[in-house]
Design a protein around this ligand. Structure first.
Ligand SMILES: Nc1ncnc2c1ncn2[C@@H]1O[C@H](COP(=O)(O)OP(=O)(O)OP(=O)(O)O)[C@@H](O)[C@H]1O
Ligand SMILES: [Mg+2]
Length: 368
């Protein structure tokens, strides 16, 4: 059981600020996920905790033990940090059986041979792989190898579990199963866990809290529900749920709602958490699953927006369709079971489901 604290943590690679002044407390037994695009600093932060990469400045503490303190020049070696680290490429030793793979970390820690057998069997039972103890890695499926990689870290009873995209080598179905199983195991063991992924559905389904990362910083640190429903900015709204954006100018504003002119005579009523004034440039985010085709058109009624659009593209997704719509020159993507031909269409969506953010001129995809 352990509580992890990062204080003012920074890591530079030359001019690149891979980790930019991060403060974080991961509570005892919490499952926290770093979620963000490639290169945003997820692995660098995780490796700093494990001791595989020395930060540039800051402090790392586990309970009352200092793992790293730049000012005091303290840096505990990885073996003494007792972190269980599992990578994307789980790299079991191919020339050793499952037993050999699990006994290796115990030998490094000088655990007597007489105690090893029980620890190995216990760890394999946790991942439901005890009957595979004498197999070689090439005799196991990808998902089974993944479990052995996890058992190899659980065998020495780590204080912290650090998982860097551990399921990304599995196919979609197996990944789903492994996800549920991993969550149950983590809860049963009460292990403080940091999980790294760029898969938003994985983050939403597994985590107690998610830190959405962008350019080495936390864009938002919150529960999955809050991050999904109340994204802090355009970057988070875009990264979680692949939102559509309508750009416009505020024509009327109240405390938590604005009316936005989104060009070509269309207006949209949107919620807002930031103070916005008449004349402000804004970006209104709107999720594909929150939009429906509608038979009526005209001005917003009862918190419901309606917009005239033209269907310019359609993809069959199996259980539903994905449409690409032209809304006054902007492209809007929607997902619905509704089967429609190309041509003009009216869409509707509730004001509660669209959020207006100040337009800071930064596209979600461009580096800041
Ligand atoms: N050893 C290194 N030398 C120089 N730059 C590095 C090094 N390791 C990482 N970086 C840079 O630091 C930044 C953060 O890298 P990091 O590996 O933490 O990203 P990530 O969020 O884990 O991305 P991914 O999802 O692709 O694994 C990137 O810009 C990367 O190019
Ligand atoms: Mg990485």
């Amino acid at each position: 059981m352990a509580k992890l604290e990062l204080q003012n943590l920074c890591k530079y690679f030359g001019d690149v600020k891979a980790v930019d002044n991060i403060d974080l407390t991961v509570e005892d037994g919490e499952f926290l996920t770093f979620l963000g695009p490639s290169g945003c600093g997820k692995s660098t932060t995780l490796f700093a905790v494990a001791g595989l990469d020395e930060p540039t400045s800051g402090r790392i503490l586990v309970d009352d033990t200092i793992f790293y303190d730049a000012q005091e020049k303290i840096s505990v070696v990885p073996e003494r940090r007792n972190c269980g680290l599992v990578f994307q490429s789980y790299a079991l030793w191919p020339h050793m059986t499952v037993r050999g793979n699990l006994s290796f970390p115990l030998q490094i820690r000088k655990i007597p041979k007489s105690e090893q057998q029980k620890l190995i069997v216990d760890a394999l039972e946790l991942v439901e792989m005890e009957s595979y103890i004498d197999r070689y890695p090439h005799e196991l499926s990808g998902g089974q190898q993944q479990r052995i990689a996890l058992a190899r870290t659980l065998v020495y009873e780590p204080k912290l579990l650090l998982l860097d995209e551990p399921l990304s080598n599995l196919d979609a179905k197996l990944r789903n199963r492994a996800r549920r199983w991993l969550k149950k195991l983590q809860q049963r063991l009460g292990l403080t866990t940091i999980y790294v992924t760029h898969d938003q559905s994985e983050a939403l389904s597994l985590s107690d809290r998610i830190a959405v990362m962008n350019n080495g910083r936390f864009a938002q640190l919150d529960t999955p529900e809050e991050i999904y429903r109340n994204p802090a900015d355009v970057f988070v709204a875009d990264f979680i749920g692949a939102s559509n954006f309508l750009d416009g100018i505020v024509v009327q504003s109240s405390e938590d709602e604005v009316i936005v002119d989104v060009k070509n005579g269309n207006t949209v009523t949107a919620t807002t958490r930031k103070a916005l004034a008449k004349g402000d440039a804004v970006r209104v985010s709107l999720r594909p699953e929150d939009i429906q085709f509608s038979e009526q058109s005209g001005n917003p009624v009862d918190g419901q927006n309606t917009l005239s659009t033209t269907i310019v593209g359609r993809d069959y997704l199996g259980s539903r369709f994905q449409y690409f719509l032209d809304v006054g020159g902007a492209e809007v993507r929607i997902e619905t079971e509704d089967d429609r031909p190309s041509g003009d269409a009216t869409i509707s969506f509730s004001a509660a489901n669209c959020i207006a953010f100040p337009d800071d001129g930064v596209s979600p995809d461009s580096p800041k």
